[in-house]
Design a protein around this ligand. Structure first.
Ligand code: CMC
Length: 384
């Protein structure tokens, strides 16, 4: 049958691929009605309480909890200076960018550039993709921290192989070892953001991987999709809202007006969850604990008031992006670094999905239902 609009065989599904199941996967499960999130069968609540980011990365990549020996080797690989450091030519390249370049632009460009220096760049075997995934997971924090220093006219801080990924990142950002609470909070935040089924950035990464492209290209696709305010960019937008509200006493009036104006409320709503995102409660608690430590609970108070009003009036609930920024702000991290931090964690999920996609690959190539003209007649330029 001819492939024309008139005899289209396309079955139209809901806009935005809502509810469309495009693949099987063994990595992540979401129960949107019960508010449950599992990585490889393990409840994220248990992982947040008992695991570490490094162990969670192992779980996502390999599908099982590591033995002590496996974990030690994995942590060693992720912490090694050889894995974490950036090529000096890349640091030199970062210094060429205008200082106003956003951290997400730097991350997207820097990850793309890293593939040019990677010894396994053109090897797509599982072993090479795992080695590249180790390097990417180790290098992203160095890249994010290096840009923070360079744009402020300071020298980058070399990674410290004795610190875990969370503490080392905070150390490279500030040059000082973080408090135990800050390091623990950051580690839990990384666990909570590590994967989330077929979210937009993971889907983008899988589409790229499914052309048999390489893991760096897939991660660049993921970063590009994560950047938008409907996805990972929402955490930054939430704090910009908090900055506009300023005073907890003004939060209720501000958010009621925003709802009356039919504004899109950042940090609320979700395509899959019909209840509160299970990650939000952890981030609310951690942001509160950090706020108490720095004796400034105003961000959390503003967010709590906003959440109460939005939930009561619109029946949409906090998602992962509502409270994370309040925790990062309490650690002294710049607002435009919140989404790169999300990527530093989600790279674990993207790379796990690339491994799964390459393990049982078929090109991802959906259809559109063509609704344009079909009988257009070409008019020579001289007659137009
Ligand atoms: N603010 C205002 N109204 C909303 C919101 C919101 N945040 N979320 C959903 N709605 C309303 C929307 O107006 C629509 O109402 P109606 O049916 O009357 O037109 C209804 O709920 C369905 O909304 P939708 O936009 O069709 O839902 P979606 O599944 O396409 O969008 C979403 C999901 C996450 C893009 C959306 O909830 C949103 O824009 N949230 C704000 C941005 C945000 O916080 N994103 C982070 C998402 S979670 C983590 C991550 O991916 O980074």
């Amino acid at each position: 049958m001819a492939d024309t609009a008139a005899n289209s065989q396309v079955n139209l599904i809901k806009a935005g691929l809502e509810d469309a199941v495009v693949s099987t996967s063994e990595i992540c499960f979401i129960d949107g009605h019960k508010g449950r999130l599992l990585y490889r069968g393990f409840d994220v609540d248990d992982l947040a309480a008992q695991s570490t980011f490094e162990e969670t990365v192992y779980l996502l990549w390999h599908g099982h909890l590591p033995t002590k020996k496996e974990l030690a080797a994995h942590v060693k690989a992720l912490s090694a200076t050889a894995s974490r450091r950036l090529p000096s030519k890349l640091i030199a390249m970062l210094r060429q960018f205008p200082k106003k370049t956003t951290p997400m632009e730097i991350l997207r460009t820097g990850v793309s550039a890293l593939s040019a220096f990677d010894p396994d760049a053109d090897d797509n075997s599982r072993e090479a993709t795992l080695r590249k995934s180790v390097r990417l997971t180790a290098q992203l924090p160095t890249l994010v921290a290096a840009w923070e220093r360079i744009r402020r006219g300071r020298p980058p801080v070399a990674p410290n192989p004795k610190l875990n990924l969370a503490a080392n990142f905070l150390y490279m950002m500030t040059g000082k070892k973080p408090t135990p609470l800050a390091a623990k909070t950051f580690d839990v935040a990384l666990i909570l953001h590590a994967d989330h089924e077929f979210n937009a950035s993971t889907f983008a990464a899988r589409v790229t991987a499914a052309t048999l492209s390489d893991v760096h290209s897939a991660v660049v696709s993921g970063i590009g999709a994560l950047k938008g305010p409907l996805h990972g960019g929402a955490n930054e937008q939430v704090m910009l809202m908090v900055d506009k509200i300023k005073d907890p006493a003004k939060a209720e009036g501000w958010i009621k007006k925003a709802m009356a104006d039919k504004a899109r409320l950042m940090g609320f709503g979700h395509r899959v969850y019909r209840v509160e995102d299970p990650r939000a409660k952890h981030l609310r608690r951690l942001a509160t604990e950090l706020g108490e430590q720095i004796d400034n609970l105003s961000y959390v108070e503003i967010l709590n008031t906003v959440a109460k009003a939005v939930t009561a009036e619109k029946h949409i609930y906090p998602n992962v992006d509502l409270y994370s920024g309040a925790a990062y702000r309490a650690m002294g991290i710049s607002t435009d670094q919140f989404t790169p931090i999300f990527a530093m964690s989600r790279v674990a999920g993207w790379t796990a999905h690339v491994l799964e996609q390459h393990g049982n690959n078929r090109l991802i190539r959906p259809r559109s239902e063509y609704i344009g003209a079909t009988e257009a007649r070409y008019v020579p330029l001289s007659e137009r």
